[in-house]
Design a protein around this ligand. Sequence first.
Ligand code: NAD
Ligand code: ZN
Length: 378
Amino acid sequence: MKAVVYQGPRKVAVKDVAEPAIQAPTDAIVRLTTTNICGSDLHMYEGRTSVEEGKILGHENMGIVEAVGAGTDRVKVGDRVSVPFNIACGSCRNCESGWTSFCLRTNPIEGMDGAAYGYANMGPYDGGQAELLRVPYADFNLLELPQGTEHENDFTMLSDIFPTGWHGTELARMQPGDKVVVFGAGPVGLMAAHSAMIRGAAEVFVVDKAKDRLDLAGKIGATPVDFSKADPAQQILDATGGRGADCGVEAVGYQAHDGTGQEHPELVLDNLVKSVRSTGGIGVVGVYVPEDPGATSDLAKEGRIAFQYGTFFSKGQHMGTGQAPVKRYNRRLRDLIIAGRAQPSFLVSHELPLSQAAEGYERFDKREAGWTKVLLKP
Ligand code: NAD
Ligand code: ZN
């Protein structure tokens, strides 16, 4: 079958690889209908991680069940499913309490809890930017979708970024009526803004400098804030009578830059601490990498970020972090889509055949104007 494989910094190619097979009775094989390129794939694409060459990428997957193992009885061949990016066993202590993103059993790497498809440090699992994908613990992990093709580009956001954006608002302990600030108008930030609106925010500020992405934020009713024009924290303070937002979401990650191309991994955390009111919450879903001696950047080697912890402490704020436990939210978010109350497909900019994956990666990585979210259609 064809699959997108990592070939070194800024190089991916569509290659012929062996088809996946059922390895355990709890496995299923899914034939992909849509698989997205994510900002998280860019950490690997840019050569910032220790991901090995030849790895099949892709953790935002949906499709039709092609085969099931003998121990699988809920999921059936022919079912249309969304595949959460977390690979979870369903029966460890963390899975039982809803933290499937920190499953204690599926990642064999010492010190790492939580596994994902096609990802550095997240276990030996192939990704789904391919024709077929092996899904472990299929009965537990797969979310059933209505048959047919309706809402394909909405449902494809259920594997990662819609639940991740929602999780950002949850980690920030957002309440209806809150003023919410979201840093990053990439796909994840826009999903956090969409989630905050659905959850009854009084106002949502979205900070970025990419005009096309800020325009999208404006289109869904958020207030765009351009950080290249003036200090973004000051802009939020000015817009909230000096009080600050009630809570905030970090949807940028350690590759935060100052607009001139210079990276400052602490910049967005500092701006959130400044622009959220005292006792307010901050949800960090932008990725910060753990210590990874094999990584190429110093930051990723050490996994250390120096942000204004003293101000954070003085303001009595709280912060939640980490990979999103997709299963905790995806059923309800699916039903919001079906009910017409959520339309996460608003951010889709490109639908490409799998064969054009390399172009999709290159242009999304450059954050070329208009390349907001790229879907691959195997
Ligand atoms: P992305 O990387 O394109 O989005 C980041 C956006 O942040 C860009 O639009 C960029 O212009 C903007 N930005 C850069 N510096 C900024 C600054 N100083 N202030 C404000 N905005 C700034 O793609 P994405 O897919 O939206 O990913 C965002 C982050 O979310 C990545 O770190 C990704 O790895 C992470 N992510 C986390 C999870 C999770 O489960 N926690 C899941 C998916 C993605
Ligand atoms: Zn993703």
